[in-house]
Design a protein around this ligand. Structure first.
Ligand code: GUN
Ligand code: ZN
Length: 429
């Protein structure tokens, strides 16, 4: 069935950069998005498209609202939902005090399913239609999030965590079970509908060399699965990795040596790295998840987007809940602006939108399927309502352009401003 959605519509065609390059995005003040069987057919001005639509098309109109592509969260942890906003620690102590105990509760598969459902409903309420998600060490945590995503027809990538040292005993697997369990999960879920599997070693500190080697073997056997881990988030962490892997040139080099740096590798954080590392990451096709709320909350550091993009590293935004403090990619974009401002870097709203949509899709090698409204892509989108709160309504009325409106939403919006979220043209939140 053909559907059409009328609103103001904005999407990115490329990276608008620090100067908000006008040819890198397209805006239709009174636009129409035409969808058939869940896929984008056409996007254009209402005046041109409406007369051609014919009677068989179901038209939904959203006056004074803004449609943008569904947001893509490049790094988050569903098992950490209940410890979001936990006080006072930096990364390594925060893991011990909050994250590991929270993840230990996932030994209970019913609890894992309960949290997975709530987590995905929250993502959708915030306009996020695709995410790359950490589970826990328990294989059933991956089943839980995949089942929840399948019910919602969400495009989602996830994996069971690999960790066999430097963490509580009850959360440890071992190289053999990590390999065998991940393989079973890949066979069960990878490529099923819109789901994809990510081999998920937590970080170099919690995996033995034997486990990293097993993860690398799997990555080689399954070249189209993702690899998802953390990299260079915190200076104490970087020091510990250097002590544990004295033969490696850098933290990134640890992963590279075990075959874990390739296309579809996504590294959360990437704060404390050299230009050589950035070039190497770009050359091998790895991607970085920029997680500003987490980096500020855990006092980890400032992501250098300019250097990453100058080196041509693929970059997307990540919420990194529960180190991150919001599931909203609009809010995350607002914090990204501040992190970059502190470093004399610009983040115009159009580039922030890119990092939350097309840039993220490129980071995940999904830009042939999602990220903007090019014909043939999946029709996942968000309807933003600038008037949903008194403050955003006033600020939006004072805005002279869509760029200014979107920027104000980035700084001020909450889930009230997400009027609706559509997956494959179907209303889901
Ligand atoms: N590094 C290793 N594990 C984690 C985690 O759960 N959260 C964050 N922010 N960093 C990590
Ligand atoms: Zn994380």
């Amino acid at each position: 069935m053909r559907q059409a959605f009328r609103a103001s519509i904005l999407h990115c065609l490329a990276d608008p950069g620090e100067g908000s390059l006008a040819t890198a995005y397209a805006y239709f003040d009174d636009g129409v998005l035409v969808v058939e069987d869940g896929m984008v057919v056409e996007l254009g001005e209402a005046a041109a498209l409406l007369p051609q639509l014919g009677d068989a098309v179901a038209l939904q109109e959203f006056p004074d609202k803004l449609i943008v592509p569904g947001f893509i969260d490049c790094h988050t942890h569903f098992p950490q939902l209940d410890i979001i906003a936990s006080y006072g620690e930096k990364l390594l102590d925060w893991l011990n005090r909050y994250a590991y105990p929270a993840e230990a509760r996932f030994a209970d598969a019913d609890y894992a399913r309960e949290v997975a459902d709530i987590f995905l409903d929250e993502l959708l309420r915030n306009g996020t239609t695709t995410a790359l998600v950490f589970g826990t060490v328990h294989p059933h945590s991956a089943d839980a999030i995949f089942e929840a995503a399948e019910k919602r027809s969400m495009r989602l990538i996830a994996g069971k965590v690999l960790m066999d040292r430097n963490c509580p005993q009850e959360l440890r697997d071992d190289p053999e079970s990590a390999y065998a369990d991940s393989k079973k999960l890949i066979e069960r879920w990878h490529g099923k509908g819109r789901l994809g599997y990510a081999i998920t070693p937590r970080f170099a500190i919690t995996s033995t060399a034997a486990q990293l080697e097993a993860a690398g073997r799997l990555a080689k056997e399954y070249p189209d699965v993702w690899i998802h881990t953390h990299l260079a988030e915190n200076t104490d962490e970087v020091g510990e990795v250097a002590r544990q892997f004295p033969d490696s040139k850098s933290y990134l080099d640890v992963y590279d040596r075990y075959g874990l740096l390739r296309e579809r590798s996504v590294f959360a954080h990437c704060l404390h790295m050299s230009d050589d590392d950035r070039s190497c990451m770009a050359e091998k096709g790895g991607a970085a998840a920029f997680c500003p709320t987490s980096n500020l909350f855990l006092g980890s550091g400032l992501f250098d987007l300019r250097s990453m993009r100058d080196a041509q590293v693929r970059c997307g935004l990540g919420t990194d809940v529960g180190g991150g403090t919001s599931l909203s990619l609009l809010r995350t974009a607002g914090e990204a602006y501040k992190v970059l401002h502190l470093q004399d870097q610009a983040l115009p709203a159009t580039r922030a939108l890119y990092l939350a949509t097309l840039g993220a899709a490129e980071a995940l090698y999904l830009d042939d399927k999602i990220g903007n409204f090019a014909a043939g892509k999946e029709a996942d989108f968000v309807v933003l309502d600038p008037s949903a709160s008194v403050l955003t309504a006033r600020r939006s009325n004072a805005a002279a352009s869509v760029e200014e409106k979107l920027f104000a939403l980035m700084m001020l919006a909450d889930d009230r401003n997400v009027a609706a979220t559509f997956i494959g043209g179907q209303l889901c939140s």
